[in-house]
Design a protein around this ligand. Structure first.
Ligand SMILES: N[C@@H](CCC(=O)N[C@@H](CS)C(=O)NCC(=O)O)C(=O)O
Length: 182
C-alpha cells in the first residue's frame, strides 16, 4: 500500500513460502516476505523499512507524520512485539500445544486491541483525523486476528476497532493492492 501511495512502479512476484525461489534466498537469506529489490541492487527486506523507504521518496498523504506520534509508535511496537506473538499462538493453536488459545487471545486483546480501542474511540485513525503509516502497518494484523473467530471478534471487540478495520479492508487502496498480479 505504501508503494502504491508513493506511486512507485514495481514488479510483484508471488512467493510460495514452502518453495522459496533460490533468487529470493540469495538476495535475502532470512527467507521472509516482503523483499524489495531495487534497480541499484540494494535489497530492503523488512516491511516497515520498505514502507519508510517508499514514503521518503514520495509521501503525498503525509503518512510519515505518524513517526512523530508517540502513541502511534507505541501501538506499532505492541503490534510487532507481544501482539504478533499472541496472534501466532492463537491463529496456529495446533503448532503451540503448550499455549492455551483463549489465553493467547486474551494477551492479544490486552496488548493491542484494547489500547487501540481506547485510542480509536476519540478519533477515526491512529494518527488522528487522517491515516498515518501505523494505520497501514497495523490493520493487516488486526484483520488476521478478526479472521480467526469472526463472530467472537464481532461480539467482543469494540465498535471503534471494528469500524476502523472495516474502513481499511473496504478501502479502494486495499482492494486494489489485493488484486493478484496479472
Ligand atoms: N519482520 C518481517 C516479518 C516478515 C514475515 O515474517 N513474513 C512472513 C509472511 S507474512 C514470512 O515470510 N514467513 C516466512 C515463512 O513462513 O517461511 C517484516 O515485517 O518484513
Amino acid at each position: 500500500m505504501a508503494l502504491r501511495v508513493a506511486g512507485i512502479q514495481c514488479k510483484i512476484i508471488d512467493i510460495h513460502l514452502r518453495h522459496k525461489p533460490e533468487h529470493m534466498l540469495r538476495v535475502s537469506p532470512k527467507g521472509t516476505v516482503p523483499v524489495l529489490c531495487l534497480s541499484t541492487d540494494e535489497v530492503i527486506d523488512e516491511s516497515l523499512d520498505i514502507m519508510r523507504w517508499a514514503l521518503h521518496k514520495n509521501d503525498p498523504q503525509q503518512w510519515l507524520d505518524g513517526l512523530h506520534n508517540a502513541k502511534a509508535q507505541y501501538l506499532l511496537l505492541q503490534t510487532d512485539g507481544p501482539f504478533k506473538q499472541a496472534l501466532d499462538q492463537y491463529k496456529y493453536a495446533s503448532r503451540f500445544p503448550e499455549a492455551n488459545p483463549v489465553q493467547s487471545r486474551q494477551r492479544a486483546m490486552a496488548s493491542l486491541i484494547e489500547p487501540l480501542a481506547d485510542h480509536l474511540k476519540h478519533q477515526p485513525f491512529i494518527g488522528g483525523d487522517k491515516p498515518v503509516l501505523q494505520d497501514v502497518a497495523i490493520f493487516p494484523f488486526v484483520r488476521q486476528f478478526a479472521g480467526v473467530e469472526p463472530s467472537w471478534f464481532e461480539s467482543h471487540v469494540d465498535v471503534s476497532v471494528r469500524d476502523w478495520l472495516h474502513g481499511w479492508v473496504s478501502s479502494e487502496l486495499f482492494v486494489a493492492i489485493m488484486q493478484k498480479p496479472g
